[in-house]
Design a protein around this ligand. Structure first.
Ligand code: ARG
Length: 583
């Protein structure tokens, strides 16, 4: 569907032309004085300079040419503004078309395009902690938004499953259990199907090994060797690696499922490995990679740089590949597999320089097509109330699971206390409200900004919160179910001022989603639904909906709140949560 602004801009341009002026002056904008009008055109002010006459003269002439059926108010006001209000008929028709169109008539700007969204990015063998929360939930929301706008979307978790962290685990395990067949280089038999460690052990081994590396040089050397041998394909090490992967991935899947975060692709850094040798050779051969102090680097500085952009390190002096190498090789693989129009990455903003270097190297080397867009969304930190990165009460790193559990416990207590649902529904309802609280609390902030995790505020049923949005949806659902079948009812002309405000808010759905996508800003979806929910609630408070005696008028009220509910539900599904039946 065409956006309202485009429709009335076209009408305004025609009116300028009909009045004898250049149509390019007919640009309409959303009013910045909603108390006076809904839309406005300031074109007469600029036109006056060209036509050397008073702006009001042009505004008046143009206003007369506009079709009175489209507007309930057209006013030329001093010094030369044209103020507009949409007619009831126009709004009714527009909303009815939204109601009956696929995806409420949003323009599928991504049709025929493919995007890879690289998010999550956990490291195997390390428990998910709150540092992984934002990438997962912002990434999931953006991926869903892209999909809604018509893109073919591939969400790739890009596991940290390669490199020194693996060598450290193998080495530490060998110190603890040297007798295991995995460490016997001469062993040729089958390896056991059961892993030689439990998940709890695995999660303890990595930090222990990581600490040891810093103090014990010989241990660090052995870990480097183990890493190298793993990457060269040493059988026993590969078998351990497989165990680690299987166990870790199963655990991650469970936690991401709880967050309603789902990946289409579970590839990782290890999957980029096969692409590295040829890529490195090619970069060296074309002189794009150059030797530097024993290492190989790709210079990526540009004349226009305001601050120094150091070269991207391709290979370290010991010949090993690093994080940037795997990211570049992953691009080779993604171009081969999907030829995407865009690759979008979500990480902490401290990785901004890394992505700047990798993107530049990829462009320089022609690894991505010229029109393949590359974007990194670097997000801020989730802080505690003390303004420092969020910690457990004991001061440790907060596991993601524990954070979810604490939010769930907090919400459950409210659900039980307020006797919201029957006993057997407590868990399901709690899970939905807790997820909304957590995700909306995060997503309603601009991604680049740090924010304070505040359980009380996030889980409140009032204010700009997830539970408030759910509550609004649940309230409408309950009216609708008391009314009966409503899905077939058509939109009517606004019954009162609140209905009109609500209708205007509904028309802004498509533009709001387009803006959120263009700015990679799920917070703009939140801002939109918070507004919309406010208008729904005002309409509800001012209008006796079910008590309305005129059945025809009542049907109009119901159709309107039904459409508002569908749009609110569509929005929260883009944000990655859903509403319970009762609240
Ligand atoms: N595993 C990485 C980390 O923990 C994040 C991966 C992000 N994605 C990427 N393609 N580099 O920092």
């Amino acid at each position: 569907m065409k956006k309202i602004l485009d429709i009335i801009t076209a009408k305004m341009q025609q009116a300028f032309a009909d009045a004898g002026y250049d149509s390019s002056f007919g640009r309409v904008t959303v009013s910045n004085r909603p108390d006076l009008c809904e839309y406005q055109c300031n074109g007469a002010l600029s036109a006056a300079k060209q036509y050397k006459c008073a702006p009001i003269q042009i505004a008046t002439a143009v206003a007369e040419k506009l079709d009175a059926n489209d507007f309930s108010m057209v006013e030329a006001v001093m010094p030369g503004f044209i103020n507009l209000k949409l007619s009831d008929g126009f709004l009714q028709k527009y909303l009815e078309e939204m109601r009956t169109s696929d995806a409420f008539g949003v323009e599928k700007i991504g049709a025929g395009k493919t995007i890879v969204v690289d998010y999550g990015g956990p490291n195997v063998a390390k428990p998910l902690h709150i540092g992984h929360l934002r990438s997962a939930i912002i990434g999931e929301a953006l991926k869903r938004l892209y999909k809604f706008m018509g893109y073919n979307t591939i969400g790739d978790i890009h596991l940290g499953d390669w490199g020194l962290q693996m060598g450290l685990i193998i080495t530490e395990l060998q110190e603890r259990k040297p007798e295991l067949c995995y460490f016997d280089a001469d062993y040729t038999g089958e390896y056991p199907a059961e892993p030689p460690f439990t998940l709890a052990e695995l999660e303890e081994i990595y930090p222990a090994a990581s600490a040891k590396k810093k103090e014990d040089e010989a241990f660090a050397d052995r870990a480097h060797t183990a890493t190298y041998e793993l990457q060269q394909g040493r059988r026993g090490y590969r078998a351990i690696w497989q165990h680690i992967m299987k166990m870790s991935v199963a655990d991650m899947t469970r936690i991401y499922d709880n967050l309603d975060v789902h990946f289409e692709s579970w590839l990782g850094e290890s999957d980029a490995d096969p692409y590295i040798p040829a890529m490195v050779e090619d970069l060296k051969a074309r002189g794009l990679a150059v030797p530097s102090e024993g290492a190989w680097v790709v210079p990526v500085a540009e004349d226009t740089d305001k601050k120094e952009v150091p070269p991207m390190i391709l290979l370290k002096s010991d010949g090993s590949a690093i994080y940037a190498t795997t990211d570049l090789a992953t691009m080779v693989q993604r171009m081969q597999d999907f030829n995407p129009d865009k690759m979008l990455y979500l990480t902490d903003k401290r990785q901004s320089l890394h992505f700047e270097q990798v993107f530049r190297a990829a462009r320089k080397a022609g690894i991505v097509a010229e029109n393949t867009e590359l974007e990194h969304v670097g997000f801020g930190t989730m802080n505690g109330k003390d303004g420092k990165p969020f910690k457990t009460r004991e001061g440790g790193v907060m596991r993601l699971e524990r954070l979810i559990a604490e939010m769930t416990d907090f919400v459950r207590a409210k659900v039980v206390e307020n006797k919201i649902v029957s006993d057997d529904e407590v868990e399901a309802t709690t899970a939905k409200i807790a997820l909304a609280a957590l995700k909306y609390g995060d997503l309603s902030n601009q991604p680049t900004k740090d924010y304070v995790f505040d359980m009380d505020r996030f889980a409140a049923f009032e204010g700009n919160t997830g539970p408030y949005i759910l509550y609004t949806i649940v309230r409408i659902k309950s009216i609708l179910s008391r009314y009966g079948a409503w899905e077939h009812l058509s939109i009517q002309a606004p019954a009162n001022a609140q209905a009109k405000d609500l209708m205007l808010a509904i028309t802004k759905f498509g533009p709001a989603m387009e803006m959120a996508l263009a700015n990679s800003a799920p917070n703009q979806i939140c801002a939109y639904i918070y507004d919309l929910a406010g208008f729904v609630n005002k309409f509800y408070h001012e209008t006796p909906i079910l008590k309305e005696e005129n059945e025809g008028v009542k049907a109009g009220h119901i159709a309107l709140i039904g459409l508002a509910k569908d749009i609110l539900e569509q929005c929260i599904s883009l944000l990655g949560f859903s509403a319970p039946e009762k609240m």
